[in-house]
Design a protein around this ligand. Structure first.
Ligand code: GLU
Length: 432
């Protein structure tokens, strides 16, 4: 009894912590949006409009589990602003999903689409579940149930979902199939990140990592760092982190640190990336095969040239920002650096490429996928890669120049560039 009570208390405390972290993600996003809107000269009404999503739907999804029992899952779909066009953004399956987090993530999608000049507003979805403990059949029933629950507010010209944390092309395929059955016509443009045979795009699976590589290249040029032999630490070995490790290793950089949810590996001489990629499981876990494991927090402050947080939010904080040794930090995860830490890194002269720019490769190629679905004509991998590079390089340049011109850090510059489009579109529509 005593143990059960203890576990329950721990769980309550953990939940409180998650909720307050998500709240702080939302409130820090709002405070930067406020500053960006003021700097751009929009009215305070514009801030009132853009500080929260226009719409958020909470759904309860009953799923029959393999053992015959029923479990009711909670899911969300948040649509931040659809003045520019349909909303767009991924769906995450994670035990720590909260409504506040989904709201903040949908605002970030508006910013990402604004920065990269895509004809979308931001959306995001999430389901509170742990896919690591669910069977294929249970995941399929959950994915289909979610689509049925949100079907009224989504669609190829309304709101277009995509993969995110712990969701993949198989889940997108089930969701697309369910939506097509509901609408009674084939709807590939309802969702992106699909398998190629169902209208997926070449290069979508690796797009986020490719975008991060381009951000690293552009940032390295600004700091005069030669990527040949440059020492890189990557926190996280999921979709973005593992492909990034592979691509950086192939370009001749030295990947000296990686991590998963359970720990980190560090070797100043460089890790055996091919071996690690070969042994990682589908959730990006690999450190369980080793004994010389350090913690994620220890990894972040190791000596290196480029640090890439590619895992979860709130990793670089006021507590460790003074100890970061890298000269460039490129955020491949959503929200890995707190506001206080951003200021500290900026004061220390560390170049920080913010998440809404560095991780935009995924939604850019999702846009290409949707365009290809709409026109029914498919592009080569080279064509996708070339178009992705152009958007990433142009976006980096615009944000870097904005940060120089306004003497602000790269994050505020990215918010200024990102929020301008939904703000102008909302104003033209006469909303405020
Ligand atoms: N979930 C990804 C993101 O956060 C991709 C979204 C998309 O492809 O629409 O950017």
């Amino acid at each position: 009894m005593k143990t059960t009570a203890l576990i329950t208390n721990d769980q309550v405390q953990k939940q409180d912590l998650e909720e307050s972290e998500a709240l702080s993600l939302l409130s820090s996003t709002q405070s930067i949006i406020k500053e960006a809107i003021q700097k751009l000269g929009f009215s305070s009404d514009m801030y009132e409009l853009l500080k929260e999503p226009l719409r958020i739907l909470t759904v309860r999804i009953p799923v029959r589990m393999d053992d015959g029992s029923y479990q009711i899952f909670t899911g969300y779909r948040s649509q931040h602003n659809d003045s520019v066009g349909p909303t767009k953004g991924g769906v995450r399956f994670h035990p720590e999903v909260t409504e506040e987090e989904v709201k903040a993530l949908s605002i970030w999608m508006s910013l990402k689409c604004g920065i990269t000049n895509l004809p979308y507003g931001g959306g995001k979805g999430g389901i509170i579940c742990d896919p690591r403990n669910m069977s294929f059949g249970e995941l399929e029933r959950l994915s289909r149930g979610y689509v049925r629950a949100i079907s009224q507010i989504v669609g190829p010209t309304k709101d277009i979902p995509a993969p995110d944390v712990y969701t993949n092309s198989q889940i997108m395929a089930w969701m697309m199939d369910e939506f097509s059955c509901l609408r009674e016509f084939d709807s590939p443009g309802f969702i992106t990140g699909k398998p190629i045979v169902l209208g997926g795009s070449q290069g979508r699976e690796t797009a986020t990592a490719r975008g991060v590589v381009i951000s690293i290249e552009e940032a390295a040029k600004k700091r005069g760092i030669d990527l040949q032999g440059a020492r890189i630490v990557i926190q996280g070995f999921g979709n973005a982190g593992s492909f990034l490790a592979k691509f950086m290793h192939e370009t001749g950089a030295k990947v000296i640190g990686i991590s998963d949810a359970y720990g980190a590996l560090y070797d100043p001489e460089g890790l055996n990336i091919d071996y690690l990629l070969d042994r990682r499981d589908s959730f990006g876990t690999v450190t369980n095969l080793f004994t010389n494991v350090i913690t994620n927090q220890e990894l972040l402050v190791k000596e290196c040239d480029i640090l890439v947080p590619a895992a979860i939010s709130n990793q670089i904080t006021a507590q460790n920002a003074h100890d970061i040794k890298a000269s460039i930090v490129v955020e491949a995860a959503n929200g890995p650096t707190t506001l206080e830490a951003t200021k500290i890194l900026d004061e220390r002269g560390i170049l920080l490429v913010p998440d809404i720019l560095a991780s935009a490769g995924g939604v850019i190629v999702s846009y290409f996928e949707w365009v290809q679905n709409n026109q029914g004509y498919y592009w080569s991998e080279e064509e996708v890669a070339e178009k992705l590079r152009k958007i990433m390089v142009d976006s980096f340049k615009t944000i870097y120049e904005t940060s120089q011109a306004h003497q602000v850090d790269m994050r505020l510059a990215a918010y200024m560039v990102g929020i301008r489009k939904p703000a102008e579109a909302s104003r033209f529509r006469g909303w405020v």
